[in-house]
Design a protein around this ligand. Structure first.
Ligand code: UDP
Length: 366
């Protein structure tokens, strides 16, 4: 059986690695495709090096563009490859534009499509990722869910029980596999911070970073926090262009995007993390590090109910007051079931026994 796995952007590489490993261990022919949605060395290449992910077999080189341009370029480049390779299965991960575009091509060319991280819903249609999630699930045959809430979403949308598999969280597989190695890296020296005595910031959601006024408001809150505790902020390329025109508060250190091992070293020793990232909400839960999500919603509610995450919104007063409260009172440390480092293995088992003819049936209700 030939399985084609797609990775496209920073949050994909750590998700695809355990899947590729599991498929290869199960003896399936595995072909890795990089669409090139992220192409800078520090948003792509460093992850292959840090994770020991083998170089992609095919690179589509789509580059950046608007949502439509990217989706169109991915589909146009991916379709001939699928026609040439004729895979039995296509595996897509996460919620980026390439995830959706490749899933559409896979469904239309008749491969069995499997979605890793199925069923997550923010119910916020202003997020391009939410549209990608819903469309990808709708055209996928095998829905690999990270948590019971995701299973519940899929059930209530009418997907068949036999399509849905609760497998756990592949991002956690990669985190647990690399944590000891990451913690040995001398990432703190040179930054002027000590483990346990700084906050870590990441921001890249369009709602937070595209509008200079909105970003200035968040920077105001970060400046207040930085008067009490230094903040380290590896800046996403999307955020950089808006930040360049704004004043940076004292105590907030801007860095280039961090490589994976450096980032999880910084994350695991932070006193608090302020973020709008999806993956960072999950990793902080597993690391037991307090996380404040600077958004109005999350597609990962289990990180709140069974983790260290709080969705604080974007009001500067509540960002500052919740940060200080968390620093004083700490948080309860819990870890969701099946976030145990073995999600890739479970996915390998599901895909190895998938029946090629058992797809293309409608959902129960739709
Ligand atoms: N990450 C990283 N360097 C950074 C920021 C994040 O390696 O400077 C990692 C982080 O550990 C997590 C993933 O990138 O594994 C999350 O990706 P991102 O925040 O870009 O996307 P999202 O999860 O929001 O889709």
């Amino acid at each position: 059986m030939r399985v084609l796995c797609v990775a496209a952007a920073r949050p994909n590489f750590m998700k695809v690695k355990p899947v590729v490993d599991a498929l290869e261990a199960a003896g399936l022919e595995t072909v890795l495709v990089h669409t090139g949605q992220h192409y800078d060395a520090d948003m792509s290449e460093v992850f292959f090096d840090d994770l020991g992910l083998r170089p992609p077999d095919h690179h589509l080189g789509v580059g950046s563009g608007t949502q439509a341009e990217q989706a169109a370029r991915v589909m146009t480049a991916f379709e001939p490859l699928v026609n040439k390779l004729r895979p039995d299965q296509l595996v897509v991960v996460g919620d980026v534009t390439s995830t959706m575009a490749c899933a559409l091509v896979g469904a239309k060319t008749g491969c069995l499509v499997a979605h890793v991280e199925a069923g997550l819903r923010s119910r916020d249609w202003t997020m391009p990722e939410e549209i990608n999630r819903v469309v990808t699930d709708r055209v996928s045959d095998i829905l690999l869910a990270p948590s019971p809430d995701a299973v519940e979403n899929l059930r209530s949308e009418g997907y068949r029980v036999d399509q849905i598999h609760l497998v756990g969280n592949v991002m956690v597989d990669t985190l647990l596999a690399n944590l000891d190695r990451a913690r040995q890296r001398p990432v703190w020296s040179g930054l002027g911070v000590e483990p346990g005595s700084y906050g870590l910031v990441t921001l890249h959601r369009p709602d937070n970073v595209d509008d200079p006024q909105q970003l200035r408001t968040i920077l105001g809150a970060l400046g207040e926090i930085a008067r009490r505790m230094p903040l380290v902020f590896p800046v996403h390329p999307r955020t950089r262009s808006t930040l360049d025109g704004l004043g940076i508060p004292d105590g907030l250190s801007l860095l280039p995007p961090a490589g994976y091992l450096d980032f999880i070293a910084l994350e695991s020793a932070a006193a608090v993390v302020l973020t709008d990232s999806g993956g960072v909400q999950e990793e902080t839960t597993v690391l037991g590090v307090p996380c404040l999500t600077l958004r109005d919603n999350t597609e990962r509610p289990i990180t709140v109910t069974e983790g260290t995450n709080q969705v604080v919104g974007r009001n500067p007063d509540s960002i500052v007051s919740t940060t200080f409260k968390v620093l004083e009172e700490g948080v309860v440390k819990r870890r969701p079931a099946l976030w145990d480092g073995r999600a890739g293995e479970r996915i390998g088992e599901v895909l190895a026994r998938a029946e090629p003819g058992a797809h293309r049936r409608p959902t129960e209700q739709l």
